[in-house]
Design a protein around this ligand. Structure first.
Ligand code: ATP
Ligand code: MG
Length: 251
């Protein structure tokens, strides 16, 4: 199972969802690979010391002599490995321009290590460019985080259109696993309104588990730990664990 975490809107909780959902799978004993496909490298920094990252997903994708197994790092969490990003990834689009298989690079390269993992989680950048398309082409499933905010649904049409194009041209099996509402504030009427709006558009695709606002979720990356190690009793830990359960029920 390969799950892309994607939404071209910035700051909606993609990385927070990717790092903690991956950790939840690992906690449940699944050999899990977290692939950081964002040049900002926030997922990488959440588990790995950047000073230790010499080669990244960029090198694995562009250099035929470098495989994913050469770049993968261990994390503080058993069963969880990270394929790190570096700012060099921002150059990928330019590097691959004109190559006929530019959308299939990640899929092709990942194939060699798939037998080592039960679950792969891909953290996508906030754009619908070549990196996100590579993730969608390689994935079996897509999980869309939507921030509980007034502009929550802005841009989802473009995302759905991209998914449809990827399905038609490259990956007919790509399934929308679901939509997870993030940074929710249960106390406000606005948040309840937004929830109703999201339900109206995505219906049963919306996960029952909602990720509420939690300072602990913001803090854990600074300690290079998942929410389960950093604050096991926090709402964030409970919610991401439940989300993982729901994901497993759906696949
Ligand atoms: P980008 O588009 O830049 O990659 P993103 O979609 O990956 O952003 P995150 O980095 O996960 O979003 O989250 C944006 C900010 O919101 C971060 O500072 C993160 O710590 C914070 N955040 C995410 N989820 C929560 C939450 N449930 N409660 C409080 N803060 C959160
Ligand atoms: Mg991010």
């Amino acid at each position: 199972m390969i799950i892309s975490i994607a939404n071209q809107k910035g700051g909606v909780g993609k990385t927070t969802t990717a790092i903690n959902l991956a950790a939840a799978f690992a906690l449940r004993g699944r050999r899990t690979l977290l692939i950081d496909l964002d040049p900002q490298a926030n997922s990488t920094m959440s588990y790995v010391d950047m000073a230790m990252v010499e080669q990244s997903v960029y090198d694995a994708i562009t250099d035929k002599n470098i495989s994913f197994s050469d770049i993968i790092k261990t994390s503080s969490q058993p069963n969880l490995w990270v394929a790190p990003s570096r700012i060099a990834l921002a150059k990928l689009e330019g590097k691959l321009v004109g190559e006929l298989d530019s959308h299939f690079k990640l899929k092709d390269k990942l194939a060699a290590v798939m037998s080592d993992f039960d679950v792969v989680v891909i953290d996508c950048p906030p754009a619908l460019g070549l990196l996100t398309v590579n993730a969608l082409v390689a994935s079996t499933h897509l999980l869309i985080p939507i921030q509980s905010s007034y502009f929550a649904l802005e841009g989802t049409d473009d995302l759905l259109e991209t998914i449809e194009k990827v399905r038609m041209r490259a990956n007919p099996d790509l399934r929308i696993l679901g939509v997870v509402i993030t940074m929710h504030d249960k106390r406000t009427a606005l948040a309840r309104d937004i929830r109703a709006q999201i339900d109206k558009v995505f219906g049963s695709k919306v996960f029952k588990t909602v990720i509420t606002k939690s300072v602990r979720l913001e803090e854990s990356p600074a300690y290079k730990e998942s929410i389960f190690k950093f604050a096991p009793d926090s709402s964030g830990a409970t919610e991401y664990y439940r989300l993982c359960e729901e994901v497993m029920d759906r696949v």
